[in-house]
Design a protein around this ligand. Sequence first.
Ligand code: NAI
Length: 391
Amino acid sequence: MVEIKNIVLIGAGLMGHNAAQICLMAGYNVTLVDISDEFVNAGAAKIDEGLKKLEAKGSLGEGISAASLMGNLKKTTDLASAVKDADFVIEAVVEKMDVKKQVFKTCDENAPPHCILATNTSTMSITEIGSVTNRQDKVIGMHFFNPPILMRLIEIIAGEKSSEESMNTGVELGEKLPCLKGKRFVPKVLKDRPGFIVNRMNAPVQIYLNWVFDQAAEKGIPWNQIDADAAGLMPMGPCELADYVGIDTMFHVGNYYTQTLSPDFKPGKVITKMVEENKLGRKSPQGFFDWSAGRPKIDKSVKAGLFNVESSMAIMLNEGCRLLEEGVVTGFKVIDEANMAGMNTPGPFGAGKKNFEKWSQLLEDLADKTGKDYLRPCELMKTGGFVDMRK
Ligand code: NAI
């Protein structure tokens, strides 16, 4: 297996600079690349700031200073020369296929033959990105969660032609990158399918949420009553959570899965109208609630009786079973652990083992009620066949 010393991080934005920081903290030489000096310098300044904070808390380790780690960081806008002595490349540029392909082509033409090329894409096909290279066996997905330094999960995704060795190198590197919230969890994603593990399993809950939001609007139910339905069961109710994540993000994710999985993911009327009116949630700062004075205070004294947390768990169990059916992973233990490491919430299989019969019926009823067939339980869920697929 390749010994990694030099890592090149392409894209110095939100994800790239933070991933570069943990690579430095793990002891690697890192070259940070972006399209202008302004962007590279801004990324490097954030890394410096992050390292200095950790140094002040005494968290960098014996004899290690922010300055010494910054000494291992190079900055450049010249990608071709940056990868000349790279052992491992992590691409975190904008989520555009043509940009990623161009970046991968340049890397392939200039990096040494042993160098592995990893992409942090959250929605694109690893196989397609790798198709422009002459080293498709050395192209993998390396999907960090935001922010990489705090989220324990890194998914390592196999494209159709990725070799076992490249996958193992990705896992080994991922496990070495420090996380401030505990032990890294770095599962292999065996098939290049939309959403990989965690985003995919959580995605169809949106089909249900869109229906809940549209029903509430039709019946004149106030949003705080929908969130009251989840009080005590979720840290944030569905409306507050949607505001927090961003209504536009929810809208784009819905469109993405409409194209890749099923038309049932099409964003609902409420979400679509909010995007049109630029009510994007926390950042705008209007959404379901007003965020102009910080986190909204939501009156949860009256429940709507419309949103049911158990339905969300049933939907996640169903999607987790589909991941098993499709061979994205071989066992449910990985799915549950990934959800905890990437979302800080338990996965559905623990409770699902006891409830799959009841939850299958619940999903049949929900599909009838919403007209969304994607919500119907798959064979593996209905039969409980997943129960024996732990590993
Ligand atoms: P961002 O917009 O903060 O950063 C992207 C950076 O890439 C910018 O600094 C931009 O100047 C740079 N860039 C664009 N074209 C380039 C090129 N040809 N060469 C070098 N640099 C270039 O975006 P963010 O959020 O950091 O996302 C980056 C990638 O990470 C995307 O693929 C995204 O899907 C993925 N991702 C994002 C997550 C998030 O929560 N934001 C979570 C997981 C993955």
